[in-house]
Design a protein around this ligand. Structure first.
Ligand code: ADP
Length: 474
């Protein structure tokens, strides 16, 4: 078998920069692939990345790159961690910002040129080094397939992975010129999208293969409900579309080996010590009360409206609730106001990796009322940490959380409570079913032990990507 040489490009990669699951995947998938291929991960060198800590060094002279009629200075950096080579693009316009994409409410106005620079830099690397595959993730690198189409010297094949179709990278048509793009691409079957330029469409139209991060989401995005206006376009390209479910880094998310935990554990009684410590630290009472946790971006997608509407009634039950997230101000304000009224709700605003790990370890339930979910990682982490997922049956949640009614200890997969619809009463009843199960400790713990023993690593899914790489070359 030919050993692929893969350029894996992403706008965020853990541990350098992370806003969500894309960063986790962009770290853990290349690590898993490194067993089978030569992988080089490419990302922007944002100004907040600690160069010294990670041993990031310049790898060549800086140079100027012409895009449209402007010159941008580019400097390549690199480092190597655990068998994976990381290459970083530094350009002031791209990297000298406070946030990755913009403050929570809106993207930066110059994101088209910022990530345009990132795309051109990737193409620069494809010209200098020989890669068999460019694996491009989300809209931030979706122009690459278009750019290499017009350069026959580049023989690299492209796989485009959609991690979230809702973020498309759409910009005013004036960016065509600024990005040096041929006006011929500004068409319905090219990158025009309702009078705007869509980076996402470039990835879909011009890559050799496309995939999403779960099989169910790959089907859902072909429908108007989940297609974000691109369902028709995706249907045109459906022959090259598949879905591969994400895995997690089972070393990073391993309760027995997790240095961020107060008490690392392999057994459920160790988990109780973490719960006790979290409750004490946050002045919450009742070790025997169920602790329900929500972790994630505070956005519409994650079901924030539902969470906020059921929270007051949920808080009247015998339970504690913890919410960790950053996101839209309107949601933060509502959550703050509810949390101030109920002593059994804790709200942690902001991004905090250590607290997230501690919450997974402390939680009895992880609640995910997402309206859509391309894959979702929280439920996989919850399984690993012995927390019981309560999730809407949508996208990757439908693929990875098997309904408890069908519990089978011989199954390879994890079990949780799944629900459909958005009716508040029904969702509260669903959570009640979880509480009932929680009180039946023997059964509840048996399910948690089963879930903790399942394999949520990249082992199988990495092989799925190898198959896709091969298909790109056929
Ligand atoms: P997303 O749609 O945001 O990518 P995923 O479920 O795919 O959601 O991945 C979310 C990842 O980000 C998980 O590792 C989760 O624990 C983490 N995460 C989300 N919000 C926070 C936060 N505020 N602090 C720490 N970790 C977070």
């Amino acid at each position: 078998m030919v050993k692929e040489s893969v350029l894996f490009a992403s706008s965020e990669v853990y541990p350098f920069a992370k806003s969500g699951g894309l960063a986790d995947v962009s770290h853990s998938l290349p690590c898993a692939l490194a067993e089978y291929c030569d992988v080089c991960v490419v990302m922007p060198l944002y100004r907040f990345i600690d160069r010294e800590k990670f041993g990031i060094k310049p790898s060549e002279q800086s140079f100027e790159m012409i895009i449209g009629s402007n010159a941008y200075s580019i400097q390549w950096y690199e480092c190597r961690i655990e068998g994976v080579r990381y290459r970083f693009v530094y350009s002031p316009v791209l990297c000298e910002k406070e946030y990755l994409y913009g403050p929570p409410e809106a993207g930066y106005e110059d994101n088209a040129i910022r990530f345009g620079i990132f795309n051109y830099a990737i193409v620069d690397l494809l010209k200098k080094k020989k890669f068999s595959i460019a694996h491009l993730n989300d809209w931030q690198c979706a122009l690459v397939p278009l750019l290499i189409k017009s350069d026959p010297s580049i023989r690299t094949k492209t796989l485009y992975t959609i991690h979230n179709l809702a973020y498309q990278g759409t910009f005013d048509p004036s960016v065509m010129e600024m990005l040096g793009l041929d006006a011929g691409y500004y068409t319905l079957d090219g990158i025009e999208f309702y009078g705007q330029v869509s980076f996402m469409k470039a990835g879909i139209a011009y890559s050799d293969r496309i995939n999403t991060v779960s099989p169910t989401y790959a089907q859902e995005i072909l429908t108007p409900e989940f297609g974000c206006g691109l369902e028709g376009f995706l249907q045109l390209h459906r022959d090259k579309l598949t879905g591969i479910v994400n895995g997690i880094d089972t070393e990073h998310f391993s309760p027995s080996n997790d240095g961020r935990l107060i008490v690392p554990y392999t057994e459920l009684k160790g988990k109780r010590a973490n719960k006790s410590s979290y409750l004490k630290e946050n002045k919450l009472k009742g070790i025997d009360k169920a602790l329900i946790v929500f972790i994630g971006r505070l956005t519409w997608q994650k079901g924030m409206d539902i969470l906020i509407s059921i929270l007051p009634e949920l808080a009247m039950q015998e339970c504690n609730v913890a919410v960790l997230g950053e996101g839209e101000n309107r949601y933060i304000e509502s959550l703050e106001s509810i949390a101030s009224e109920y002593p059994n709700i804790r709200l942690h605003c902001g991004y905090d990796e250590t607290l997230a790990h501690r919450l997974y370890a402390a939680a009895d339930f992880v609640f995910m009322p997402s309206l859509f979910e391309p894959c979702g990682l929280n439920q996989l982490i919850a399984f690993a940490y012995g927390a019981f997922p309560v999730v809407r049956k949508v996208g990757g949640l439908a693929d990875t959380v098997q309904p408890i009614e069908a519990f089978d200890p011989k199954s390879d997969g994890g079990f949780g409570i799944t629900f459909e619809g958005s009716d508040e009463r029904e969702i509260l009843n669903t959570i009640d079913r979880g509480f009932e199960l929680y009180r039946n400790k023997r059964v509840f713990n048996a399910i948690l032990r089963h879930n903790m023993g399942c394999d949520f690593s990249w082992h199988e899914s990495a092989k799925g990507y190898l198959t896709l790489y091969r298909m790109c070359r056929e």
